[in-house]
Ligand binder design. Sequence first.
Ligand SMILES: Nc1nc2c(ncn2[C@@H]2O[C@H](COP(=O)(O)OP(=O)(O)OP(=O)(O)O)[C@@H](O)[C@H]2O)c(=O)[nH]1
Length: 797
Amino acid sequence: MRVNVLARASSRNAALRTGEWTACRRSFASLPKQRPAIAGQRHQRIQPQWQSRRWQGTAAAIQEAAVHDPNALSQEAIVENLDPAETARLVKIRNIGIAAHIDSGKTTATERVLFYTGRIKDIHEVRGRDAVGAKMDSMDLEREKGITIQSAATFCDWIKKEPDSVTGELKDEKFHINLIDTPGHIDFTIEVERALRVLDGAVMILCAVSGVQSQTVTVDRQMRRYNIPRISFVNKMDRAGANPWKAIEGINHKLRIPAAALQIPIGMEDGFKGVVDLINMKALYSEGDKGEIIRVDEVPSDLRDFAQEKRRLLIETLADVDDEIANAFLEERTPSPLEIKAAIRRATISLKFSPVLMGSALADKSVQPMLDAVCDFLPNPSEVENMALDRRRAETPVKLVSYNSLPFVGLAFKLEESNFGQLTYIRVYQGQLKKGSHVTNARTGQKVKIPRIVRMHSNEMEEVQEIGAGEICAVFGVDCASGDTFTEGKVEYTMTSMYVPDPVISLSIRPKHTKDTPNFSKAISRFQREDPTFRVHVDTESGESIISGMGELHLSIYVERMRREYNVEVVTGQPQVAYRETIQQHVPFDHLLKKQTGGAGDYARVVGYLEPTGQLGENKFEQQIVGGTIPEKYMFACEKGFQASCQTGPMLGHRVLGASMIINDGATHATDSSEMAFKNATQQAFRKAFMAAQPQVLEPLMKTVITAPNEFQGNIVGLLNKRNAVINDTEIGPEDFTLTADCSLNAMFGFSSQLRAASQGKGEFSMEFSHHAPAPMQLQKELVAKHEKERAEKNKK
Ligand SMILES: Nc1nc2c(ncn2[C@@H]2O[C@H](COP(=O)(O)OP(=O)(O)OP(=O)(O)O)[C@@H](O)[C@H]2O)c(=O)[nH]1
């Protein structure tokens, strides 16, 4: 393998600058001689300083090779060639997120994780009687409402028993876990997106009664977007009606990930005592006041057959996704526990399988085996492929290697205002981040000093001097935007950022008392910086501030936070749907702006056409001027005019989607033409052409998932029919049904109270933006008429 790497790397050396290549070749020259074990032995004998310089050269050389052919080296090969001490550090790190449907028990489970790892001294419940609240829900609003609003990061050490690779004897191994607890409500989905963007693995929690729910499907999609391996944890095994097998079937069939249980329950509902570990065929009982003792015992005799059956199913499912287990299966040989574990790890990391564990966080049962599974089956940072684009080499993709001696590269994935200033969460992908060092923001080119580095423990922090590759930290005093890449300056890498969904709902907002305006502005600018799905703009006609976001709950939380954190009472308008405007026809234009009535005049002529792009996405501007009829500087002004027009569409003042403007001719005047004249002329031409191009109002359609007891199905279908919803799927279970429909957001205001009434409070629903579609003709007419009327009234004033 290594020889191939060398051959490929050297055949591409022409592109390297001579100095770099010489260093690179020197490092590579030593590579074939070093088998990992031998390298490790040599490593012991050389001087520490030398040693680190030598390894640094090797890693840099490896990265150089990867620059030229990102596929030249597998991640394993890179890791194999690295400093064994560094590899030993990495294999004990896990960066994981906990994500799930609303109220599945993410925060409750995280509280147990923190307790069992010794990070907190006592357990407090979400909405608990002691009114303290769970550690990870640190905001007052979260504790009052019992929901997670912001993701919270923490870290802990888990000591797990590992068999010695030589003797097989069990010994203590310490794993360092960086953990992010995420919210379940779709309104705060950006928190899940950005957490998953930087994590290496996840625990997907499911409710043992409800199984796969609507948000589980969303979270699954988000995990797929960032290739996140996951273990599944079926929680709430203590609840009446708990059925882990239904949840596992849901993972297999609804999420389409091969999944099998690694455990079976001992007792069910309020008799739930622990689990049988199917790999080692041992019973694990949770005992002690807070389930802190795991007593290992023989499998109860009444469960032996069932355990054997489920163990067989586990091996069969693995055989479908893992060659080694498939071979054992063909040879009619039962794989050993070590082989099964290794296969689960391989299949989980390669996203082919999800191992399923079960327990009850609230009843303090069987959480520790889930922690063991995090260490056993989720990848360490060196097992995850992270790519950046090298700007110095025409954006060539380059593999990042979680190695301390390489140049620092980190991604700012979350910003938060704290009492001590802006806190920026950073995932360090390679190199080290050191207090007092300087890093460069790849987007702005700005060099900034890192004054303080902390590790976050929910709302508390622990100051550190440096943070290693593959870890997560937060820094103070760094001005940047969410998603910015930071580098040491030696390399110019940028990383792609997370997916930010478009807001679907907006409302006008102003402070009740003018004296509060400065605080209002401060709050708005902070929220905007922290949350890319919270947008603010000023309506050009009404002069009102309009906030937009992911749903009513999202915006209402910000309104509440203004009151609590900034002492600002606000007045808000009715929530409005974020409509879009588009066109359906090709329309040519030839527009002349001419004001020449003495003194400096205005003159600009623009000729071209407006047409649909064919997709309801980005707008496009193109100039096809020949012979310089419009000089370049005026074309820039035309483009600005076009962009401004797309922000406030001619029909309703909402954003334009899918419009393409081409300017191919025009005229100027020696003295009266100006950039302003061309910008205005373009805007006027756009408006006229747009209105002639069969304009259309688009409305957001929401994928809506409703779950309720079967007896209310008729009522709920009736509610949806009244709203002209299109029902795509209905699934009827023994007690509950789940219905998936496309509904226009406009028709869904007030739906939650009607659903409550129609289902005696037992129905629940979630909504997520699906796509934009033309609004019904009647609604379009009403909206346009209303807009015209408002405009006329404002003009009168
Ligand atoms: N019976 C039972 N209830 C549980 C269990 N785990 C959590 N709960 C309860 O379920 C409710 C929701 O728990 P949380 O931990 O806040 O759930 P979450 O997934 O973090 O919630 P969001 O972040 O708001 O989506 C709380 O009332 C918990 O006490 C469990 O194992 N058994």
